[in-house]
Ligand binder design. Structure first.
Ligand code: 5GP
Length: 215
């Protein structure tokens, strides 16, 4: 009944958005995931086409020139982008589409899709964020430093987001993001064919009223 919309999840690296996105996808059948493209190399265990579509810089830039991306940005010195066709694919299946993207991408999505919902996940503290970044064991010191600096920069953009959730406890975060989705789904403006539904309901009620009045 509700028109599918993009749900942007942003957080500094280590903010837990990938975990939150995966858990939402596992628990809800009304959401799908937009697999991004990137020029960064795959981390151990990342499968092409699942975590990301891993592209060469040349291919990525060719797609920029061809206008394939609904949004794209450089993050930590690499290209990242969301193909417009990927968003259409998920939404054409009737599902809301989760985008795990940075603040630059979020702004582009908000401009292109005014009905998009923007959620920022805040780490509970600097200490937790650093612990998550160093505990990942996939990045070297320089990469961790870059991600910490980028986290500071990203926090300056939180005001653009509709919702801010402190991601301290995963279950609580999932309840909160789930509640955001549930509320957004029933927003008046998102209902498809609401006029038809109301007209049907009113004519049904009128008939019943007449029948009842004459009984
Ligand atoms: P990572 O390399 O750790 O997977 O992601 C690094 C950052 O890039 C994260 O903040 C992530 O949300 C962001 N990112 C991932 N995919 C996209 C995308 O398609 N577009 C944009 N703008 N950012 C993305």
């Amino acid at each position: 009944m509700t028109r599918p919309f993009p749900l942007v999840l942003s957080a500094p690296s280590g903010g837990g958005k990938t975990t939150v996105a995966r858990a939402l996808l596992a628990r809800r059948d009304d959401v799908g995931y937009s697999v991004s493209c990137t020029t960064r190399p795959p981390r151990a265990g990342e499968v092409d086409g699942e975590a990301y579509h891993f592209l060469t810089t040349e291919d990525f830039e060719a797609e920029i020139a061809a206008g394939s991306f609904a949004e794209f940005a450089q993050v930590h010195g690499r290209w990242y982008g969301t193909r417009a066709a990927e968003l259409r694919r998920v939404m054409a299946g009737g599902r809301h589409v989760i985008l795990d993207i940075d603040v630059q991408g979020a702004e582009q999505i908000a401009a292109a899709f005014p009905d998009a919902v923007l959620v920022f996940l805040l780490p509970p503290s600097g200490e937790t964020l650093l612990a998550r970044l160093t505990g990942r064991n996939t990045d070297d010191r320089a990469a961790i430093l870059r991600r910490m600096r980028n986290a500071l920069e990203e926090l300056r953009h939180v005001t653009r987001y509709h919702y801010v959730v402190v991601n301290d406890d995963l279950e609580q975060t999932l309840r909160r993001v789930g509640a955001i989705l549930d509320a957004e789904v029933v927003r008046h403006a998102r209902h498809e064919a609401l006029d038809d539904r109301l007209a049907g309901l009113m004519s049904d009620l009128e008939q019943r009223l007449r029948a009842f009045a004459h009984s």
